[in-house]
Design a protein around this ligand. Sequence first.
Ligand SMILES: NC(=O)c1ccc[n+]([C@@H]2O[C@H](COP(=O)([O-])OP(=O)(O)OC[C@H]3O[C@@H](n4cnc5c(N)ncnc54)[C@H](O)[C@@H]3O)[C@@H](O)[C@H]2O)c1
Length: 502
Amino acid sequence: MPRIDRRTFVGQSLAAAGVMTFGTGATRPIASNDKIGVSVVGAGGRGGSHINAWLKDSRTEILYVVDVDENAGNRRCDMIAGEQGKRPTFVTDMRRTFDDKSVNAVSTATPNHWHALCGVWAMQAGKDAYIEKPICHNIAEGSALIAASKKYQRVCQTGTQCRSSSAIQNAVKFMSEGGIGDVKFARGLCYKRRKSIGSLGDYPIPGEVDFNLWSGPAQYSDPRNTRGRFHYDWHWQRRYGNGDSGNQGPHQTDIARWGLGIDSHPVSVVSYGGRIGYQAERKDPNYVDAGDTANTQVSIYDYGDKCIVFETRGLEVKASADDELNRLFDSSKGNKIGVVFYGSDGFLVQRSYTHCEAFDKNFQPIKTFKGSGNHFGNFLDVCESRKMDDLNADAREGHLSAGLSHLGNISYYLGEDNKVSAEQAAETLKDIKSLDDNGKTLGRTIRHLEDNNVDLSKYPISMGPHLKFDPNKEIFPDSPTATEMVTRNYREGFACPKAADV
Ligand SMILES: NC(=O)c1ccc[n+]([C@@H]2O[C@H](COP(=O)([O-])OP(=O)(O)OC[C@H]3O[C@@H](n4cnc5c(N)ncnc54)[C@H](O)[C@@H]3O)[C@@H](O)[C@H]2O)c1
């Protein structure tokens, strides 16, 4: 496909898309029939959930499936044909569907490094966009999405479906009405076992995959695939994914931020951890896993008067590692992922998408919240009504929550070579302002590693620098190196524009 100049493309596409401009600048796409025409971009595991959601909602028709893997895309098209009675068109390049005026909405479940560019291109072409979490691969991309949504008056929903769960909505409301007193601190937890993804190597690129399009905005110095399983395991390679802090994290940090009523980036961050335990798991001291994101990580976000801590544990979690938390979040009883809010009068725990529970100070349950929701439906409601305030997870919410994983990872990546003992880590954390007991959290993390037979003298954790962040300018005032990591170098033809240039 010839390279398209985006400004020309936008002009042509808005005209071609039959977009009407109203007095306020708000626009409404005109569908070719009375249905919302959808292009699903990325038809892997999560793309399948998008497809199922659109199939279930009579307001939509899936017009396109886009995947750079021919087999994955065609399989989905066959399935949709059976359900929808009409086979969508399969294409490998998303830009072809942005050119089609009958497409009103784009839903994207590509790997993370593609999310923002896909969303910006879609909105520039006049489409509404449902973008999976994390909606961006770096902080600058998140700002670009907000700008595009505003400039083109497009609906931009972040795929953090917990925002539409009635259990969590009601629990957040309960807290905002003082249900557990004054709440200033929340801990997000991702205790999700992640085994090694296999050794770092030079693996064939599957013949059915267009690797140029798959790589898109992500730099590669030579076209190699260094992981054994091509799909999904990109999550653990930082060029494409963001580790579990950017995979599971954006759900829990989003709930934490929402529950605490925080509407900005933090003013500082520090993160520590490592990709640890796989040498023992493989019984090979020299084993090098193909992933380069942390599987064990603690990030501390300071908002001045409030604080969020996010903990990732990829090794086996035993209840013994979590004695302090066990009364609220007992891992031995299956609590592996969630958020714990600490209030002056009690606690509130998010246990799942459909379940939250409040406790008094003595750990006695006081209220249970149950219920689900329809996040895809909320997106379609707003596509129809154009009442942007009704959207449950707009680009700004997505950006601020994805931003937490990016900030944590910037500190972690910058400190990767700063290997420290548990004592040295404790010494560093003593001086870092936080509403958590930094020493206790570190202690539980170290105990967890030891429980998993990690020899910390051979495989120590890394301690990232404590970085000040300017939440408005989105720069690290004391670290030009960290500020460089707010964006990335893009491949020609796949650059995500800056917010000012969308
Ligand atoms: N909201 C949730 O609960 C939830 C759950 C799972 C995954 N996700 C998110 O969904 C995204 C996809 O995850 P997954 O597990 O399905 O990954 P996956 O690797 O299984 O699937 C990604 C698919 O996208 C395709 N793809 C890659 N580049 C593309 C491009 N340029 N155009 C079109 N298709 C392209 C791949 O070929 C693959 O089929 C991730 O960002 C993940 O964070 C969200």
